[in-house]
Design a protein around this ligand. Structure first.
Ligand SMILES: CCCCC/C=C\C/C=C\C/C=C\C/C=C\C/C=C\CCCCC(=O)SCCNC(=O)CCNC(=O)[C@H](O)C(C)(C)COP(=O)(O)OP(=O)(O)OC[C@H]1O[C@@H](n2cnc3c(N)ncnc32)[C@H](O)[C@@H]1OP(=O)(O)O
Ligand SMILES: Cc1cc2nc3c(=O)[nH]c(=O)nc-3n(C[C@H](O)[C@H](O)[C@H](O)COP(=O)(O)OP(=O)(O)OC[C@H]3O[C@@H](n4cnc5c(N)ncnc54)[C@H](O)[C@@H]3O)c2cc1C
Length: 633
């Protein structure tokens, strides 16, 4: 996977014409798009220059530096798909010769990843776009046979990209070989006009992501060279011979990359929301704790700490687990490069449930941060509304959450069956064997004890799912029907598995490095990790009571410890969000600026509203005054 050198923050933030005179929320839909293209083009130019000087580092661990662009854009970058999916799809799925050919223009082309259609997003085998081999001309003919087969949603497709990687059903000599990827130019490089045989446009305003330029694309007998099929894993030869892939799911590899990346991405989204809401909570004084004392910082309310500190801890949890998952991804990609695909199912299962949990948690936690800021959190200038709509889009894109959790459940059930047959299991699911063989310990009120307890919940729910499926089958249902009948519990098993993974990796990674850290830092990181684990033990107390030997007394002690941790973290709370080191220009928040001048910034921002350009808006004279005068008594 090529990674793009990321421009240093100072370099990017020092560029004058990247600043907005009018806040984006006061621009029209069209002006918004034109504005991000203006800024994105400057960024793109910087990326191009920088990439000429430095070698691309393959398999570079996720870094959120590319989110500088979000700070500059104050919204989603329409070029993001080029980097997030278009280039990775080519580097993962094309032969070296094709990569050299397709990427020879480097930043000279702008691409996107066109897979989802109006009629299908989840069920990829149901995609309707066709790519049919024409033996005589050595070309593929692309068609959108129905309205529902139009590509719909790809970022940058509407008016930005001039190329895309298209997922289409491959037809050779009348036989369908399933979804494959194709490199397609869609606009003229010089004029940017759509090429003949294409229908292109944007899909309209959305809840957020409104600068992503999500678009639609229809093909009408559109021809591309045969060599434009990405042929690293499977090939179509000149004589029409189809050489199938060692694993047909390798075609889906680009989605795994983004799912893995999203864990780190959500860590960064949460870091921003936590920074804004904790800093604001240190500035905002409201109400009393002791009646005879001055109004307090709202951060001194324990319930405010309960709302916000979990976001600080979760950001670190996702960052640490994101790097752990990235290392797994890199190792599996390396193995695949050597011809071994043994761990691909495990990586798929891990990426599905962790992508789902991280995006869902980021959504509700950012909303919780907003709500904790009262009315001012509802202002666009706080940036919390935009963070929310941007984060929650990820619950759907790159694999809808329910669908991905069912994928992980599929892996858990298969692993449970292997445990029952005495097979050895990968470390990430080996606890299923221990549970099956009744090798587990009594409850302990320690972080490790909680992690072990959460794993027992996973094993217990997985066992219950397997028994439920078996029960439905024994009553005459086909396996797929029995699976569907048990899907509520299957989702629960995957959710529990994801939570146990996050708690285990967070705690043990922190524990592992703590000896290398200064004592103060180790203490604070361990407090955050313990807060995270204890928070979720209390949230899942019902399951723990069902599947472990935890007692009511243990739970009371956990609640007490949780509240102790809130008090221990309180003195470091502002320092902890400052340590996320997110500059004001990237935070883009009147509530979260480093200098704490909240009220002055709110007023400065309000005065930028176009409505405040005059004391009386023309609508008074045009519309209100006639009515007032007419009904004046
Ligand atoms: C200039 C400034 C910018 C600079 C930027 C610089 C750098 C940026 C770099 C990176 C950024 C990265 C991320 C940034 C953040 C966000 C990205 C930006 C925007 C959003 C993009 C969104 C893009 C999309 O949404 S693309 C479309 C996504 N669509 C999906 O995910 C579809 C979901 N559906 C599926 O995956 C499948 O259809 C299915 C649900 C799995 C079902 O498929 P099916 O064939 O029915 O499979 P089945 O259930 O029968 O299982 C069969 C078998 O296959 C295995 N399987 C399935 N999928 C996979 C897989 N992906 N990998 C491996 N194995 C897979 C499955 O386990 C089964 O196996 P088995 O039979 O059980 O053994
Ligand atoms: C902001 C944004 C950006 C996007 N960017 C891109 C992009 O760049 N490129 C691209 O190709 N796509 C993109 N997408 C599309 C995205 O990948 C799809 O929306 C996603 O895969 C879900 O597919 P769908 O919308 O067709 O929902 P469907 O697949 O129709 O699912 C709808 C609902 O049906 C239920 N459901 C579906 N299947 C199952 C099942 N098997 N079991 C149980 N329940 C099920 C779920 O509740 C699901 O939410 C983007 C989407 C968004 C929102």
């Amino acid at each position: 996977m090529k990674c793009y050198p990321v421009p240093r923050e100072n370099l990017v933030l020092s560029i004058d014409n990247l600043k907005d005179d009018i806040p984006e929320e006061y621009l029209s839909h069209k002006e918004c798009y034109e504005n991000v293209i203006r800024k994105g083009s400057v960024l793109y130019d910087i990326f191009s220059e920088l990439s000429k000087d430095r070698k691309h580092k393959a398999h570079q661990a996720p870094s959120n530096a590319y989110r500088i662009s979000d700070g500059i854009m104050q919204n989603v970058n329409p070029f993001l798909l080029h980097f997030a999916l278009f280039v990775p799809a080519i580097t993962n799925q094309a032969t070296p010769e094709q990569q050299a050919e397709f990427l020879k223009h480097g930043f000279g082309i702008i691409g996107t990843y066109a897979q989802t259609e109006l009629g299908h997003g989840t069920f990829l085998r149901g995609l309707e776009t066709t790519a049919t081999l024409d033996l005589e001309t050595d070309e593929f003919v692309l068609n959108s046979p129905t309205l529902t087969s139009y590509k719909w949603w790809p970022g940058g497709l509407g008016h930005t990209a001039n190329h895309c990687v298209v997922m289409a059903q491959l037809y050779v000599k009348g036989k369908c070989h399933g979804p494959h990827l194709f490199f397609v130019q869609i606009r003229d490089i010089e004029t940017h006009e759509p090429l003949p045989g294409l229908k292109l446009g944007e899909i309209g305003a959305k809840m957020g992501f409104n600068t992503a330029d999500n678009g639609f694309l229809g093909f009408h007998n559109f021809r591309i060279p045969r060599n434009n099929m990405l042929m690293k894993n499977s090939q179509v030869l000149k004589d029409g011979t189809y050489v199938e892939s060692k694993n047909e799911k390798l075609t889906y590899g680009s989605m795994v990359f983004v799912r893995v990346y999203l864990l780190s991405d959500m860590a960064y989204m949460l870091a921003r929301a936590a920074t804004i809401s904790v800093r604001y909570s240190a500035v905002r004084h409201q109400s009393h704790i002791k009646p005879d004392e001055p109004e307090v910082q709202i951060l001194d309310f324990v319930i405010q700490q309960h709302k916000l500190f979990i976001s600080i801890a979760t950001s670190h949890a996702f960052k640490i687990c994101g790097l752990w998952l990235w290392q797994t991804y890199s190792k599996v990609m390396e193995d695949i490069g050597k011809g071994s695909m043994d761990r691909l199912p495990e990586l798929h299962a891990l990426s599905c449930c962790l992508k789902t949990t991280s995006t869902r948690d980021a959504g509700w936690l950012i909303e919780q941060c907003r709500l904790a800021c009262g009315g001012h959190g509802y202002l666009m200038s706080s940036n919390l509304p935009s963070l929310y709509t941007t984060a929650t889009a990820a619950i759907t894109y790159e694999g809808e959450s329910t669908v991905l959790l069912l994928q992980t459940a599929r892996y858990l059930i298969k692993s449970w069956k292997r445990a029952m047959e005495g097979e050895s299991l990968p470390a990430t699911v080996s606890f299923l064997s221990e549970y099956f063989n009744k090798r587990y310990n009594k409850w302990e009120n320690t972080p490790k004890g909680i992690v072990d307890g959460l794993k027992l919940v996973v094993a217990g729910v997985t066992k219950m799912c397997a028994e439920s499926i078996q029960k439905h089958v024994s009553r005459g249902q086909q396996y797929e029907e029995a699976w569907n009948s048990s899907s509520v519990q299957l989702i629960k098993a995957s959710e529990a598995y994801s939570r146990a993974l996050l708690c285990e990796v967070f705690w043990f990674e922190v524990d592992k490095v703590s000896s290398t850290l200064s004592n103060n830092l180790a203490v604070v990181l361990k407090q955050l990790a313990e807060l995270y684990i204890t928070y979720w033990a209390l949230e899942k107390r019902g399951d723990l009571l069902v599947y472990t030997t935890i007692s009511k007394d243990d739970l009371d002690k956990l609640q007490e410890r949780y509240e102790e941790l809130l008090a221990l973290i309180r003195p470091n709370a502002v320092g902890l969000v400052d340590s996320f080191d997110i500059r004001d220009e990237i935070l883009c928040s009147t509530l979260g600026a480093y200098d704490g001048r909240v009220y002055e910034r709110m007023m400065e921002h309000a005065l930028k509203s176009p409505l405040n350009a005059e004391t009386v808006n023309q609508s008074f004279h045009k519309y209100m005054k006639p009515v007032i005068l007419k009904h004046k008594i």
